[in-house]
Design a protein around this ligand. Sequence first.
Ligand SMILES: [Zn+2]
Length: 91
Amino acid sequence: MNCSVEDCEREARNGGMCWTHRKRQQRGRSLLAPIRQYDPRETLERAGRDLADADTSEEADAEFERRRKRLAMAALRFALRKRRPQCPRTR
Ligand SMILES: [Zn+2]
């Protein structure tokens, strides 16, 4: 059975809704906003570009470190992407 939200083709879990829409309802968020697809490859590529574009002057150290950490996290998620195909957060 599919999710009860219009145009959503995800599988319903409890309450007649998919996991994402159920969570949205619980948090009082809009059910009609599009569900963003998490794409590990795209996120990794964007993080890599952001780091390459980062200002390397000393004043920008904090920002550079923030981008470096984001790239490290994106690389980890990319590396792990096929090991947890059932995790709804990464779909
Ligand atoms: Zn749904």
